[in-house]
Design a protein around this ligand. Structure first.
Ligand code: PLP
Length: 411
């Protein structure tokens, strides 16, 4: 037995000591690990950022898949251009124009989800030791993507109106390679960057010559209030453009399993991203791009987004009402205008991962907030997703969490 163990350890180091330096700083994302647990149907999961499966447009996708194979199999099953299927890029340009994204197809690179866009951006811009400015908290998948390129993170705190302008200047002064921002219904907090702050962020970043990476998978999923202009648009109005790289995704408005996202950037940036993408995966799946194009080309997405807004708006309301009913009054939580998440802050000194241990025993899951902070803070915070569960499950899950929270301090 001992012999066997020793052999396993030796075999382990046989591989690990050959891994690159960049591999040493990498670890599995807590979200991916948790999702393995929460896939079990008996768990009420507020953990992932999963769209509701009952809202996937199955029939439209099924019909489009038949059309693609019947009419375009030679192209759909073949290698295609790295930039993406041209009609699909043109469609993305038309669709995103409604939201203020002004671009030409030459400015668009189709990626395997926006996650892959984040990785390509890290690869293009970051040398080991470079600074990247991020919101605190921010999307943990972006931290994971950038970490592979060994940067140092500079955290800018956010509040209910997004990035805190009074803390931005000191970070920009340190010359980060770029500023990574989620202006709409931010993952994880649900916060939206207020209009006046958007203008200031664009102005300040541009004055310091710091590019902005604007990550916006949720912008179309607004449940109240008016759409706000993206940073890309504000930058274009002020400086004729060039300072913002925009990332979009079809994951939350169509289906994440298709793995379709896109980067909008000035042509020299796209050209270079294309070279890296060639090395990474040659191209995004032709079939999936043509499928999405077939589904969306008659204007389907606009109606579908309206349906999603109604359904997710109801789920957000259900979660907010359940929190009022079941959570201790001393806790604070956000009231997002859109997106898929809200954010709970426990009293200082409490630990959300202890709550998670207890919650999993009660068959409820969520994500503790710590890993969303590049600076190691946030142990007393947690993220709740409200898109995946139906309203009655939301009520029951929040009730169980509330009971735990009323019981004992989590320190
Ligand atoms: C802020 C943000 N960016 C990017 C992604 C990656 O999305 P995808 O790769 O599915 O487009 C997510 C997924 O949840 C996200 O929340």
């Amino acid at each position: 037995m001992l012999d066997l163990l020793e052999r396993e350890v030796t075999e382990d180091t046989h591989w690990t000591e050959r891994f690159s330096q960049r591999a040493q700083g990498m670890h599995s994302s807590i979200i991916r690990d948790l999702l393995k647990v929460t896939e079990k149907p008996e768990i009420i999961s507020f953990a992932g950022g999963l769209p509701a499966p009952d809202l996937f447009p199955r029939e439209e996708i099924r019909e489009a898949a038949f059309r693609v194979i019947d009419q375009h199999a030679d192209v759909a099953l073949q290698y295609g251009p790295t930039e993406g299927y041209r009609p699909f890029r043109e469609l993305l340009v038309r669709h995103m124009a409604r939201y203020g994204i002004q671009a030409r197809p030459e400015n668009v690179l189709v990626t395997a989800g926006s996650q892959s866009g984040l990785d390509l951006i890290g690869k293009l811009f970051l040398n080991p030791g470079d600074h990247v400015a991020v919101e605190s908290p921010t999307y943990m998948g972006a931290l994971q993507a950038f970490r592979a390129y060994q940067p140092k993170f500079l955290s800018v705190p956010i509040d209910a109106d997004g990035l805190r302008i009074d803390r931005l200047e000191e970070v920009l002064r340190r010359g980060p390679k770029f500023l990574y921002v989620l202006p709409n219904f931010q993952n994880p907090t649900g916060a939206t960057l207020a209009l006046e702050r958007r203008r200031r962020v664009v102005e300040m970043a541009s004055d310091r010559g710091v590019p902005i990476v604007e990550d916006d998978p949720y912008g179309q999923l607004r449940y109240n209030g008016a759409h706000l202009p993206p940073l890309l648009q504000l930058d274009a109005e002020r400086h004729y453009g060039g300072g913002v790289i925009y990332l979009g995704s079809l994951s939350k408005v169509l289906a994440p399993g298709l793995r379709l996202g896109f980067v909008v950037a000035p042509e020299p940036v796209i050209e270079k991203l294309v070279q890296f993408k060639q090395g990474a995966d040659l191209q995004t799946a032709s079939f999936n791009q043509m499928l999405a194009y077939e589904v969306a080309r008659g204007g389907f997405l606009d109606g579908h987004v309206r349906r999603l807004r109604r359904a997710y708006g109801e789920r957000r309301n259900a979660m907010l009402a359940a929190l009022e009913r079941h959570f201790p009054k001393a806790l604070r939580w956000t009231r997002p205008d859109g997106g898929l998440f809200l954010w709970v802050t426990l009293p200082e000194g409490q630990d959300a991962s202890l709550l998670l241990e207890q919650a999993l025993r009660e068959k409820v899951a969520f994500i503790p907030g710590g890993p969303f902070h590049a600076d190691g803070t946030g142990a007393n915070t947690l993220r709740l997703n409200f898109s995946f569960c139906a309203p009655d499950r939301i009520e029951e899950g929040v009730r169980r969490l509330g009971k735990l929270l009323c019981r004992a301090p989590l320190a």
